[in-house]
Design a protein around this ligand. Structure first.
Ligand code: ARG
Length: 591
């Protein structure tokens, strides 16, 4: 396997063994290596170790230095300040390491697979049937999709679950209305054009929803009929179920059209909505009641928690079954846990869901732990995301105060991005401008979402998102396209690594950063934190820009230097491309 040890890992290992040779009790100590402006790396770990061993830190550092072998990777190491180590690696090591990454046939840039991968079930992109998708659904989809890519890249087995809201009492009203107005969901257009039919599906559903609601609120007899429908639905009456299925199918046409616009692959088989757990609900309740995890309280089946109380000081229970026998959101989620742990054999359950549902998940996870379904080996985690805010810093709404439709927002992003692309376009056809506009616009929206840590709120600001300067996907996409254009211009001159060449400062900085790709991805995957990857890629593009300003590529001094710089360009391009694809963002060849 073509996995490559990063320079920082090599240095780390050498320091650690010099350290433990000097101070045997520091065998597992971390030298605390960081990238540094003074040298290539700085290690600060000796200070604390010296303190613990009651030794003089500078003396200890000097002894460690005497044990480090210089010459291959480490060119120079010296003691600085109170006992830091400043380490410089050789130009040759940088080029050789990058050459090894470049040679990785799997296109992984030498990134290793995790040693003990497990199975993660990730619950993300979970819109609700018969309802419009809004900005909240954007975050779950975008973050979830990137975490899927990151985890799969490390070798984890990932099972996707789209826990759509496809069950509940509101279906009684919808089905009853459809039964009384049977043609409301008919399509006028063909299903060929997914975007058009997606829109038509949603407008049908929306119209029907509003009409049903109006009738439900004004007509007592309809209300009674609707309530009876809920009972029929829960009892599995075939005709009622068939009509329910129509709502689900119609909604899926819409969902798929939105996911397609988002340039995201969502597979039908991974859509297992709330209804998918219906036949587990009774058993879930029985197990919880028999084990004493849940108790009857005023007829409802409840789980209580010492530390969860309402404003009145009374405990707030998790209601697993209502007093009328109905099951709700919690029963479904608890059943889904059983399915994911015992049938899908997951070690990790990940939920990419709005932070406002944090209490729900805290209670559900704790209940599952008490029941023994979750434990130290099988864990659940809510990757909670914050709210999308408007420019005014308040939750994002339309001028009329309504929630913003996700499609409108995406269309606007694509329009803006197309204008940017058109303005800069040199040799692009109209068709290419439209295609790039979509890639840049959707990329901008995804990148803005991914570049703040998920738990924080962020402002949805399209002007900023499609800006060419600053921490945006457009900036990264342009950096990539610029490199590709240089490589095209180079014609027959190919990128070739020349480890014998001395490197300029800007080349070293770029090279060292490119070498850290694999460990950055590993960390982003471990922490479910795509923003660590965006920060890395932004820095990579910035370092590339400096390199490009300082170091002529095609007009470098010698043929070997031209080849080596083309090689640095290509390593950067591949890293950008791979990194962006882990974020779900396209890197067009030309912009
Ligand atoms: N459909 C829900 C919503 O739109 C999100 C579902 C989250 N997943 C879960 N397993 N509860 O808010």
């Amino acid at each position: 396997m073509a996995s490559v040890t990063s320079l920082s890992d090599s240095v780390q290992q050498q320091l650690a063994s010099a350290l433990s040779a000097t101070l045997p009790e520091a065998a597992d100590a971390d030298p605390l290596l960081r990238r540094s402006d003074r040298a290539d790396f700085q290690a600060n770990g000796i200070l604390a170790l010296a303190k613990k061993a009651k030794a003089n830190p500078r003396e200890l550092a000097t002894q460690v230095v005497s044990r480090v072998t210089t010459g291959t990777v480490i060119e120079d190491v010296e003691v600085s300040g109170p006992g830091f180590l400043n380490i410089t690696v050789s130009d040759r090591a940088i080029t050789e390491n990058l050459a090894a990454r470049y040679a990785d046939e799997a296109g992984r840039l030498g990134a290793p697979f995790a040693t003990n991968p497990g199975t993660t079930v990730i619950d993300y992109a979970q819109p609700n049937v018969a309802k419009e998708m809004h900005v909240g659904h954007l975050r779950s989809a975008v973050i979830g999709d990137s975490v899927v890519q990151l985890l799969e890249f490390t070798g984890e087995t990932v099972i996707r679950r789209h826990h759509i809201g496809d069950w509940g009492t509101q279906f009684g009203m919808l089905i009853q209305y459809l039964d009384e107005h049977p043609h409301e969901l008919d399509h006028k257009r063909s299903a060929e054009d997914t975007a058009t039919s997606g829109e038509e599906a949603m407008s049908n559903l929306d119209r029907l929803y509003k009409a049903a609601r109006r009738l439900f609120d004004s007509d007592e007899e309809f209300k009674t009929r609707a309530r009876r429908r809920v009972v029929d639905l829960q009892a599995g009456d075939p005709r009622t179920l068939a009509m329910w299925q129509k709502f689900v199918d119609e909604s899926k046409i819409y969902f798929f059209s939105v996911f397609e616009k988002l340039d995201m692959e969502i597979r039908d088989a991974d859509i297992v909505g709330e209804s998918g757990y219906n036949d587990m609900l009774a058993e879930t309740c029985r197990l919880l009641e028999e084990s004493g995890v849940a108790v009857r309280s005023e007829g409802a089946l409840c789980v209580f928690f010492d530390d969860i109380k309402g404003p009145d000081g009374n405990p707030v229970p998790l209601i697993v079954q209502k007093s009328d026998g109905g099951y709700g959101y919690a029963a479904t989620d608890l059943s889904a846990i059983r399915d994911r742990v015992f049938n899908l054999k997951a070690n990790t359950l990940l939920y990419v869901v709005d932070a406002r549902q944090a209490l729900h998940f805290r209670m559900v996870f704790e209940t599952a732990r008490r029941a023994g379904w979750l434990n130290d080996d099988v864990t659940a985690f809510q990757l909670a995301f914050g709210t999308v805010l408007g420019k005014d810093g308040k939750p994002f709404k339309t001028r009329a105060g309504e929630t913003v439709r996700l499609v409108d927002l995406l269309d606007e992003a694509i329009d803006r991005a197309s204008a940017v692309v058109r303005e800069k376009a040199q040799d692009l056809s109209e068709e290419e401008i439209a295609e790039r506009g979509a890639q840049v616009g959707i990329g901008a929206v995804k990148y803005a979402d991914l570049s703040t840590s998920a738990n924080r709120d962020y402002k949805f600001d399209l002007d900023q998102m499609v800006s060419l300067n600053g921490d945006t996907s457009v900036y990264l996409q342009y950096a990539y396209a610029r490199i590709r254009s240089i490589l095209r211009k180079a014609g027959d001159t190919r990128p070739v690594a020349h480890p014998e060449l001395d490197l300029a400062d800007a080349e070293r900085a770029l090279g060292l950063h490119a070498d850290a790709f694999a460990e950055t991805v590993a960390e982003a995957a471990k922490d479910f934190a795509p923003h660590k990857l965006t920060a890395y890629l932004y820095q990579l593009a910035s370092l590339y820009t400096t390199f490009y300003d300082k170091c002529p590529v095609l007009r470098a001094e010698t043929p070997a230097q031209i080849e080596n710089r083309l090689f640095l360009c290509d390593v950067t391009a591949r890293t950008l491309h791979q990194g962006m694809s882990l974020l779900g963002i396209r890197t067009p060849e030309k912009l």
